[in-house]
Each structure stands twice: as structure tokens, then as C-alpha cells.
Design a binder for this molecule. Sequence first.
Ligand SMILES: *[C@@H]1O[C@H](CO)[C@@H](O)[C@H](O)[C@H]1NC(C)=O
Length: 428
Amino acid sequence: MAVFECIKRMIYMCILVLFLFGFIAETRIAPTTVDDDPEEVASMVSLSIQNSIERKLRQLQGSSLSCATGNSIDDCWRCDSNWYNNRKRLADCAIGFGRNTIGGRDGRFYIVTDSSDDDAVNLKVGTLRHAVIQSEPLWIVFQRDMVIQLKQELIMNSYKTIDGRGANVHIANEACITIQNVTNIIIHGLHIHDCKPTGNAMVRSSPSHFGWRGMADGDAVSIFGSSNVWIDHNSLSNCADGLVDVVMASTAVTISNNYFSHHNDVMLFGHSDSYTGDKDMQVTVAYNHFGEGLMQRLPHCRHGYCHVVNNDYSHGWGIYAIGGGANPTINSEGNRFVADLKRYPDSSEVTKRTSGDKLEWKNWNWISQGDLFLNGAYFVPSGATGANSEAYAKASSYAKAKKSSLVVAITSSAGALTCRKDHMCTSN
Ligand SMILES: *[C@@H]1O[C@H](CO)[C@@H](O)[C@H](O)[C@H]1NC(C)=O
């Protein structure tokens, strides 16, 4: 105890000495900038003292004050230049319907050292596939930059985080990620692109089980019969089917801070108009940047509840932005919708109803609150309860909308970040 007290006192002394040195050095030069009116000199000196005290205080408190962006996920962890040693902090930072997702927080770290994927049944230690099928919780990280070309779908087991921070990791050109019949998955910091249909093969899904997989569609991330899933800060583009699909009674999903580009059917939530198992589906889409070359389903929502909040639609949409069928609830808040009428002259309407007719649509609860519409973009709302429902209040408390004027700043580092040890992560 006494030793700790002593060390603590020494640290305080050092801080005090540094503080005084800085203070003297800065005040000394201040008066030379004004002429000799004594009152002015006095007030300059006092101002200078005040400034230097404030500056020192900010330095002592670390950088946490100056890096806040209003992005409540990033503000929770990104101000920490020691992210490398505090990786699991991320697991406490989700918002929205997937806010309770812990991924592999309570498990060991697993370091992927081998980018190969030669056999989807007999797995090599050190590969991503060997990591994700394990039964125990794992926080999976990468030893170095790598491009992983998966021969078959990467079938994930529960309680896993794939954390790409600190390496430039691409899952590309072949199969991609399947989150099926599991819970608690975090996917963070990956580049996932050019995914292709694969299948008609045996694939391992746990240490004790492998089975026959038919053809997969070629989604970047397919979420099927799963809950508590958080897809954050990934760069997603150009796949054969969807970029993120949420189907077959999946729920408690948050899709945040991703950069989407160059793709047709971006996000499908809800398997089909007739599959009512998706009535309980709840998905939050927050802080994403919808960039160039996107056509439709940003997202498309069926049956369940879709909260679309503080996203930037900066490059228009070829067909529609937010759509849905089979009476979904769509709650659009604080987004920035910029139509691109040069490229897509017929696509100024944000919304599209893809089943039913006008009579039915009257009862579909589609709300727009605080959205910003530019270049002629417009949203066609519908529904009786509007913003008065209990579900609305809940969704909006899990992911509180910021003003749409802040959206450009909030989404400015969407996509996979560049993270170096001992430095704050930055956008590319
Ligand atoms: C998930 O459940 C469905 C339906 O029971 C089954 O057909 C499918 O094979 C399961 N997927 C995995 C990866 O276990």
C-alpha cells in the first residue's frame, strides 16, 4: 500500500512540474504581442494563463474530448489509442436492436496466421475457418494483412467476434460469411467483396459436425435463423447476391458504420412475403454510408421492424432506397437522402412498396422523422400510429437519432478502418 501511495505521489509531482513548465514557457511570450498599455498587458497575461491552463487540462485528460464525433458507437471505443490492448471494449459499444451482442467477448483470442482454405472439412489450425467453427467463445484477430479466398461458405458457430483491426483483411472472390442458426456474432473491420455462389459440397460447422451444403447465393454476409448479430465498420461491395441479408426468423441485428458500394440488391430483411416467421424480426441500420453504384434494397424489409437511422445516401439509388413488402414497419430517422437525378432520372422517391396495393399500404407503418432530402428526394409515408407506437419509442431509445445535419460527419469513417498499434484508428 505504502509503495503505491509513494508512486502515486511521484506521478502527481511530475504532472505538476510539467504543468508549471509549460505554463511558464507559454505565458512568457504572450505580453510581447501587445503594446505597452498596462491594462491590456494584464488582460493578455490573464487570458494567456487561462488558455494554457485549459490546454494543459485537455492534455491531462487525454484525447477523449477532442475526438468525439457524435457517432455513439465510435465514441465508445475509437478515442482510445490503446485499442490494441483493449480490443474487447468494442463488445460494449453496440446500439440498436443488436445492442446486447457480445460476440466472443468472454473467450480467448484466436490469431489467424494462415489465409488458406483448402479443405472445408479437415481444417488447419490457424485458418479463419478453424477459428469460427469452434464451440467456445473466441475473439478472432489477424496476424498480418491477408486476402482470404474461401472455397465454401464460412459457417460460423456462436459467440465469435471477427475483428479485422490492425490488418487489412479481405474476404473476397469466392464464398463469404454465413451466420446460420447461431447467436452472438460480431463482424468488424473486414473488406468483403466479389462473393460468388458456391456449394454442393461438405462443409464443417462445428468441431463435431459437417454436412452437405447446397448452392449458396453468394451473399457477403448471410444471417439466417440467428439473433444478436452486429455487423460494424466493414467495406462491402459487388457480390453475386445480397451484401447483408437477414432472413428466416433472425432478429436483434444491428448493421452499422459500413461502406456499401457497387451493388444491385444490397440488403434483404425478411425471407419472403409469405414467410411470417419474420414478423418478430428487428433490425437497426445506423451510421452507414451508401456510396456509389447502388440500385435497390437499402434496405428492403418484410414483416418485421426496420429502424433506419442516421445513414448517408450520398450517391442516389438506381431504383429505390428503402422498400418493403408484407406490411413491415419502417422507421426512418435522421438520414440524409441525396437523389442523383443525372444518373438515375426516375429515382427521386426514396420508398417503394413491393407487394400489396394502395388500400393495404394505408395501414403499413412507414415513418420519416428528421430526414434530410436533397436534389428532389422524397419519402412517401403511411400508417395510422406513426411515431406514437410503443415499438417506435423502443427502437428510437436503442438507437437515438442525431440531427440529419450531422450525418456527413457521423458517417465520414464508415467502412473498414486503418488501425495501427498505439494510434487511434482512422478512416481510409
Ligand atoms: C439451420 O437450420 C436449418 C433448419 O433446421 C437446417 O436446414 C440447416 O442445415 C441449419 N444450418 C446449419 C449450418 O446448421
